[in-house]
Design a protein around this ligand. Structure first.
Ligand code: ADP
Ligand code: MG
Length: 373
């Protein structure tokens, strides 16, 4: 399943592009198929990946977006570039600013990028979008097609005000255009550990936001190496592999991978209006033949003992544990040993099941799963 992450902050120079490059290539080094989309007419991502003259490129994001607007065939082969460090790129150049202006009159103008990205999801594990420093139509397009937003924040000024504006915009897009949009996390960049000030800002961001938004444990240190690498056309891993910036971006990559891992494994099926036979059939069709081991948990107070599925150890584990409260460590072990958890939202419509666990126990399990998500 592909995860689309928009890297966004309307303030310029906070490390969006550098973070995009090094997260993208970090993910590729972990064996993931990665596409990066440059959504900034300045083409900084394109330049950072070594394509020095974006304005001379004939095919770019602007071309594809125009194709979408005019309902033409998309020329993907000519537009998608393959970088030697294993990532693909849709470049951008100055033509994108003209597109941004013309979008104002286009139909479904906020959803142009989405219709493009949705066609590419099946080919990639991750699509990263490097947004421009504004909250204009291009950024709205990026937020409207993303699964999550990663927000780099420079730890050198008071970021709270600008962040609130961004979070508000994300909230608006979520409400009106993209209900599944999440905040991947806030990433502190250019942290200068020699100053108390940077440390104060880290703490302040953490205090202000960590209750509601993830603040990545990995912070990107200030380093001339990171500044130099932008003009080298490669990642920090090949420029300064042992340095602290490479190490920090590896940490970020791991955090993002972990998040995607849990997301992939937890799926909620709304079964409210189905009957047992239908549920059984679709589970059987979806999983049995793929030799997967789903674990089924009934929501809202009912655990289901589900017969059409082959007996699997994790299910036994769950049933065995179900009569006593779940410990967090049990849950973690459990999450790692199964392929996927399916939460069946059966509500009250289905009553005839062999429930074998108490409501409080399930609520606890649900709470623990959600807090891990
Ligand atoms: P944005 O995309 O948000 O405008 P960039 O990623 O282009 O920001 O970074 C802005 C500038 O800061 C660039 O010149 C870049 O080389 C430099 N920079 C980025 N990360 C670091 C860092 N960790 N340490 C020092 N300089 C950095
Ligand atoms: Mg940039």
């Amino acid at each position: 399943m592909c995860r689309v992450i928009a890297v966004s902050n309307q303030k310029g120079g906070v490390g969006k592009t550098v973070s995009c490059v090094n997260l993208g290539i970090g993910l590729a080094q972990e064996g993931k198929k990665v596409l990066m989309i440059d959504a900034d007419p300045q083409g900084s991502l394109t330049i950072s990946l070594g394509y020095e003259e974006p304005d001379e490129m004939e095919y770019s994001l602007a071309t594809l977006m125009l194709n979408v607007v005019n309902d033409e065939k998309l020329n993907m082969e000519k537009t998608i570039l393959h970088h030697r460090e294993g990532v693909d790129l849709i470049p951008a150049n100055i033509e994108l600013s003209a597109i941004e202006v013309s979008l104002v009159n286009a139909m479904s103008r906020e959803l142009i990028l989405r219709s493009l990205v949705d066609k590419l999801r099946e080919f990639y594990d991750f699509i990263l979008i490097d947004c421009m420093p504004s909250l204009g139509m291009m950024t709205i397009n990026a937020l409207a097609c993303a699964d999550s937003v990663l927000i780099p924040v420079q730890a050198a000024y008071l970021p709270v005000k600008g962040l609130q504006q961004l979070i508000k915009t994300i909230g608006r897009v979520k409400k009106q255009l993209n209900p599944k949009l999440k905040i991947e996390g806030i990433l502190l960049t250019m942290v200068d550990y020699r100053t108390n000030y940077a440390r104060d800002i880290s703490l302040m961001v953490y205090d202000t936001y960590s209750a509601s938004i993830k603040v990545f444990g990995s912070e990107i240190p200030m380093s001339v190496r990171a500044a130099e690498v932008s003009v080298e056309g490669k990642s920090i891993y090949s420029y300064d592999p042992k340095g602290k910036v490479a190490c920090a971006y590896k940490g970020l990559t791991e955090e993002v991978l972990k998040e995607a891992y849990f997301e992939r494994r937890i799926r909620i099926w709304n079964c409210r209006d189905s009957n047992w036979n239908d549920i059984g059939k679709s589970l059987f069709d979806n999983f049995f033949f793929e030799k997967m081991f789903p674990v089924i948990v009934g929501v809202k107070g009912k655990m289901i003992n589900f017969t059409p599925l082959p007996d699997s150890q994790p299910t036994d584990f769950l049933f065995r544990k179900a009569t006593s409260p779940f410990l967090k460590t049990d849950l973690m072990k459990f999450l790692f040993c199964i392929h996927e958890i399916i939460l069946l939202d059966i509500s009250d419509t289905i009553r005839t099941n062999r429930a074998n666990c108490t409501k409080s126990c399930l609520d606890m399990l649900m709470g623990a799963i959600i807090s891990e998500m």
